[in-house]
Design a protein around this ligand. Structure first.
Ligand SMILES: Nc1ncnc2c1ncn2[C@@H]1O[C@H](COP(=O)(O)OP(=O)(O)O)[C@@H](O)[C@H]1O
Ligand SMILES: [Mg+2]
Length: 373
């Protein structure tokens, strides 16, 4: 195995065109994705970061106050202070998942009428906003578009804050299975299930349902599926494209975790599933690590060391504080050791817990420094 620098993130990510940050919610995925993008731009790449639910301050720093559905370039003048100079460029967009889904339909619909039919259909509205996995689909289809329709060197993709990060990975294939599966064909076939339903006793049940609730469920459903016919081919192709893109050699998954036990367990689980799904994991990032406590001394030793500088009472308080931190330092060290072993990852990237929230380009640059250290 190569040693030293070659194991650093920069070397590992060389030649990669798509980076996907996965991990539990709240561990710093969005921050890491943005910092990675900034760091790569500082190394001369034209980078787009696709964020999901960025914290408000970070969104503002990236110029994402309004969702446009398209990446926009961050002012090079602002970036130069963070070491980004041509040919490096940083572009950012925030994903509005719902809009992305509508956009896909809009793009793929053969004509305005069928587009309107789908977009206004109550079943579609329900499906596109609530069904599990549709969010994730929105994210990956946007990725596909950016990859194929723009000339970014690298696209960094943040992933939705799903309880189960794997929905994200499995959605394309599941949806494809659904679209190509028999269930849908049966619905769509002329004189198929829908027609039969309507013509029989079950039709009566639905008719009563419709009268009571005012929702013509079956009618809506069949209209929905009928209007989908026109877009299905393009959709399937896109989803297949995404599924392939996620497994390409130039695509990397980065598992992001905090050193807390629960997210760390999720990281191990997630890594296993990535491997099972044939997706390459090229790095593990442990974010918000506590590095400094008593640094191997006892609290009494530290207090004695600080005593002349700070006076007795303050020295005791500081030593007490450091002792509290020391608990976290030890916990984090244990978690990292466990992650090393369970992920067979000798070199996880360690990003320290910084004292302030990361809410501007300078903050991202500080994180990037650690990522690429
Ligand atoms: N290394 C760090 N040090 C200090 N604060 C951090 C660090 N990484 C992330 N944060 C803060 O943690 C919060 C959650 O980060 P975020 O990236 O939104 O997490 P996620 O996308 O995983 O939900 C944000 O307020 C961010 O500023
Ligand atoms: Mg996030």
């Amino acid at each position: 195995m190569t040693r030293g620098k070659e194991r650093g993130l920069e070397a590992r990510l060389r030649g990669k065109r798509v980076l996907v940050c996965v991990g539990a919610g709240g561990v710093g995925k969005t921050t890491t994705a943005a910092a990675l993008a900034l760091g790569l731009a500082a190394r001369g790449a034209k980078v787009a970061v696709v964020t999901i639910d960025p914290a408000r301050a970070l969104a503002a720093a990236l110029g994402l106050d309004e969702l446009s559905g398209e990446p926009h370039q961050i002012d090079p003048a602002l970036l130069s202070a963070q070491g980004v100079a041509p040919p490096g460029e940083l572009w950012a967009m925030a994903l509005d998942v719902k809009r992305t889904f509508d956009e896909i339909v809009t793009r793929l619909s053969p004509d305005a009428r069928s587009r309107e039919e789908i977009l206004s259909n109550p079943v579609y509205r329900e499906l596109s906003s609530t069904v599990a996995g549709v969010q994730e689909l929105g994210a990956v289809t946007k990725l596909y578009e950016l990859h194929h329709e723009h000339n970014f060197d690298v696209i960094v993709l943040d992933t939705p804050p799903s309880r189960n990060a794997l929905d994200f990975l499995e959605t394309p294939t599941n949806l494809l299975r659904f679209l190509e599966g028999r269930a849908l064909k049966v619905f769509l076939a002329p004189g198929g299930l829908t027609a039969r339903f309507l013509g029989r006793g079950t039709g009566l049940v639905f008719a009563i349902f419709a009268r009571v609730t005012g929702v013509d469920m079956l009618g809506e459903l069949s209209r929905f599926f009928a209007s989908l016919t026109g877009v299905i081919d393009g959709f399937g192709e896109r989803i297949r494209g995404v599924a392939e893109l996620l497994r390409e050699e130039s695509t990397s998954f980065l598992v992001v975790t905090s050193p807390e036990p629960e997210p760390a367990r999720e990281a191990v689980f997630l890594a296993g599933r990535l491997t099972a799904a044939g997706m390459a994991r090229d790095g593990v990032i442990v974010n918000r690590v506590h590095l400094h406590g008593l640094d191997g001394h006892s609290a009494a030793e530290v207090q004695a060391l600080l005593c002349t500088e700070l006076g007795d009472s303050l020295a005791r308080r500081v030593a007490g504080n450091l002792a509290d931190f020391d608990v976290l330092v030890c916990r984090d060290r244990d978690t990292i050791a466990r992650l090393r072993e369970e992920l067979a990852e000798p070199d996880p990237v360690i990003v320290p817990h910084l004292n302030e929230d990361i809410q501007d380009l300078a903050g991202l640059a500080r994180i990037a420094e650690h990522l690429f250290a």
